[in-house]
Design a protein around this ligand. Sequence first.
Ligand code: VGL
Ligand code: ZN
Length: 196
Amino acid sequence: MKALIIVDIQNDFLDGGSLAVPNGNEVIPLINEIQNDFDLIVATQDWHPHNHKSFAAEHPNQQEFDLIDLNGLPQVLWPIHCVQGSFGAEFHQDLETNKIEAIFRKGMDTEIDSYSGFYDNGKRKNTGLLGYLKDRNVTDVSVVGLAADYCVYFTAKDALEAGFQTEIIEKATRPISLNNWKNLKEEFKNLGGIIS
Ligand code: VGL
Ligand code: ZN
């Protein structure tokens, strides 16, 4: 069984959003098109409380995109994004959502960020996605969406570690930092992942 995981196609990561990924909108028609190739489609949704500690605004002496230590983990400080219930947290209106069977929300604990759709960044809690995929007899996972160098990469890495044959479909993702993404692509391939 082949599953597609659509990562964070939310207004704040798209044109006009607070953390817009360069050329992010280009992936939406592609993601709609490839849905036909899968047995199961799920999505993730970044879903932060308004005072999440990944937001630079919660750290008066820091700037956006600074790297800090948050409760023992490295943390990039982001603009306020994907606040629960806000327009920025909604899926983009052009994303085909009818075939998405389940949505896994993440980033709800103010004290820890959550890039992967499977676990928070400290692997303290899981979202239920792994159990869901196993229960549906999934063997192969394809990951698409935003951003390539954060939530897509960490979701795909956890899928790989869980034993799924895992690919990132490169034309259906875009990074925040191209340089970062170039390095992570190589790491992903070295771990046994497929970049297609
Ligand atoms: C993401 C930064 C902060 C992502 C989420 O979806 O890649 N990046 N929160
Ligand atoms: Zn976030």
